[in-house]
Design a protein around this ligand. Structure first.
Ligand code: B12
Length: 315
């Protein structure tokens, strides 16, 4: 038998890998991290957590004790008791080989450029190859924020300068939307997890950021329903009354889309479960004073901040 101490503390795995190797959902891992201060992951500059092989073994040991009937708090207490005596528990026999990680050939910015070229050249097969390549090397959050996002910004700039056709911009955003919809469908839906509705404010058609948020929050174990573009507030409140979500998240890029949201939290407060309203998007980023009159919670300037804030609010 090998002691957990013999496993390396090199920080190299994302929370996704930790989750896959331990069978514990990311949302639960983060909750344990906060509540029990069990692991101490390193953080990259972009605030992503990185875990070690030893962290994986600690979580596997904890879940094994839970399988044997202990509550999480008792399993953690037992682990701490052993550690206080200077003892490292024995690692469980390995059931899974560590995930092979392909070394990235280029930085994410190079893939953003390649994707831009493929999409503006209407070369769907090449765009697909690029996305497949990034998926074998990077976490999807990095792909969204460091490949898709800059690529779309560049497409927006080229459209603004009149260098590409509207058809090209539509082709590119439809392609990326398609990739995101496939990913959304690929993650399991946990029917007991907090329920979140995500979509766009009225007359808002920029769907990609809220869709990215939907994918990443579903991956983290929330019960996410993605509702798409242009949602009328009153209908959404009725729907919330029907299905009692814990939270509704809406994106707005323009003032006319944001305006109807100002009354929304008051309407939600009248529902039995009082769902929280989370909001964000280009309009609120460019007009910080517009956040002030809004009831509800500004979830941050970007997707990464929003994910962290949702965890803080709902875990
Ligand atoms: C694709 C696109 C479209 C597509 C959208 C298709 C789809 N299914 O989503 C279509 C063709 C519909 C479209 C239409 C229009 N568009 Co447009 N569009 C774009 C483009 C190229 C990409 C948008 C995108 O997905 N970006 C990637 C995402 C990830 O970035 P993002 O939306 O900015 O989100 C970031 C933050 O705002 C934030 N965020 C966004 N939502 C949320 C939500 C929450 C809760 C949180 C916390 C954070 C958050 O997080 C993200 C970063 O992490 C942008 C260019 C650009 N710079 O983004 C122009 C752009 C946004 N569009 C623009 C314009 C002007 C329009 C139109 C008015 C054009 C027209 N005359 O018809 C219409 C308006 C439609 C409407 N009423 O919504 C301008 C906006 C300029 C401005 N400041 O007002 C841009 C910037 C283009 C440009 N360079 O001028 N568009």
């Amino acid at each position: 038998m090998v002691s957990i101490a013999e496993y390396t503390t090199d920080p190299k795995y994302t929370i996704k890998v930790l989750s896959e190797r331990t069978g514990v959902r990311p949302v639960t891992l983060r909750a344990w991290e906060r509540r029990y201060d069990l692991l101490n992951p390193d953080r990259l500059d972009n605030n992503y957590r990185l875990y070690s092989e030893r962290d994986i073994q600690i979580i596997r040991w904890i879940t094994h004790r839970m399988d044997e009937g202990l509550s999480i708090s008792n399993a953690v207490r037992e682990y701490r008791g052993l550690r206080a005596e200077g003892i490292w528990p024995e690692a469980l026999p390995s059931v899974m080989a560590p995930e092979p990680t392909l070394a990235p050939r280029f930085p994410t910015s190079a893939y953003a450029d390649q994707l831009y070229k493929a999409l503006t050249g209407h070369n769907e097969a090449e765009a697909k190859k690029i996305v497949d390549a990034t998926q074998s090397m990077y976490d999807i959050q990095a792909i969204f924020l460091e490949v898709f996002y800059p690529c779309l910004v560049e497409i927006g700039e080229a459209w603004y300068r009149g260098e590409i056709r509207i058809a090209t911009e539509h082709f590119a955003s439809a392609f990326i939307r398609g990739v995101l919809m496939n990913l959304l469908g690929a993650f399991p839906i946990y029917s007991t997890a907090p329920k979140i509705l995500i979509g766009c404010a009225p007359e808002e058609f920029h769907e990609i950021a809220p869709l990215m948020l939907a994918v990443l929050l579903r991956r983290d174990g929330y019960q996410v329903e993605y509702l798409g573009a242009d949602l009328p507030v009153d209908d959404l409140v009725f729907y919330a009354e029907d299905i009692s979500p814990d939270m509704i998240i809406l994106s707005a890029s323009f003032e006319h889309s944001a305006r109807p949201l100002y009354k929304m939290q008051a309407l939600l407060d009248e529902l039995p479960g009082q769902p929280k309203l989370g909001f964000g998007g280009r309009y609120f980023n460019e007009n910080p004073s517009a956040r002030e009159g809004m009831r509800g919670i500004f979830l941050g300037a970007g997707i990464d901040e929003a994910i962290q804030n949702v965890h803080d609010l709902l875990d």
